[in-house]
Write a protein that binds this ligand. Structure first.
Ligand code: S3P
Length: 181
């Protein structure tokens, strides 16, 4: 287990619809940490919605913004960082996530993801003719990447944000406390 300066934040990764932002806000409130959402930072910096960024500038532009936001966070302390579901895909982002702090991957089964993401149209990658197939396809690439990046994995299927936040905090506690010797 890592210790010292790298242990200063909690970072949430995981597929769309696994509850990273909602759980992250709760974890931040309970730990007295700042809450940061990489998608929200990108929206703030560009003045455009994620949907517009994908549509007008393309996914490559969005990924470059995401990597830049991740780099800029490296000096952050005492924060809970919720990330976009694709942040683990570019290989150079993965060590940057681990350097930022304790990385927790939130998971959910594909049916739960489909049900949760169907509530909104704000995710450009899932505006396809067959979102179920798209989810399966993206998960087949990304599941191993979340697992390889995370220090800990929490399944959110059938669980409340509050329960998941409790698990995240319990797993992160030992990591966030600086060793005394
Ligand atoms: C994406 C996930 C989204 C957002 C963008 C791309 C992805 O964030 O970053 O639409 O590639 O999985 P959420 O995981 O918060 O939905």
């Amino acid at each position: 287990m890592k210790s010292g300066v790298a242990s200063r934040n909690v970072v949430l990764v995981g597929f769309m619809g696994t509850g990273k932002s909602s759980v992250g806000r709760l974890v931040a409130a309970r730990l007295g940490f700042q809450f940061i959402d990489t998608d929200a930072r990108i929206i703030q910096e560009t003045g455009q919605s994620i949907a517009d960024l994908f549509r007008v500038r393309g996914e490559g532009f969005f990924r470059a913004c995401e990597a830049r936001v991740l780099d800029a966070l490296q000096t952050t302390n005492s924060a809970v960082v919720a990330t976009g579901g694709g942040i683990v895909v570019p290989p150079e982002n993965r060590p940057r996530l681990a350097q930022l702090g304790f990385v927790v991957a939130l998971t959910a089964d594909p049916e739960t993801i489909l049900e949760r993401v169907s509530r909104t149209t704000k995710r450009p990658l899932l505006q396809t003719a067959d979102p179920r197939a798209t989810i399966t396809e993206l998960l087949s690439v990304r599941t191993a990447l979340y697992q390889a990046t995370a220090h800990y994995i929490v399944n959110t299927t059938g669980r409340s944000h509050s329960e998941v936040a409790d698990d995240v905090i319990a797993s992160a506690r030992a990591f966030l406390v600086e060793p005394t010797s």
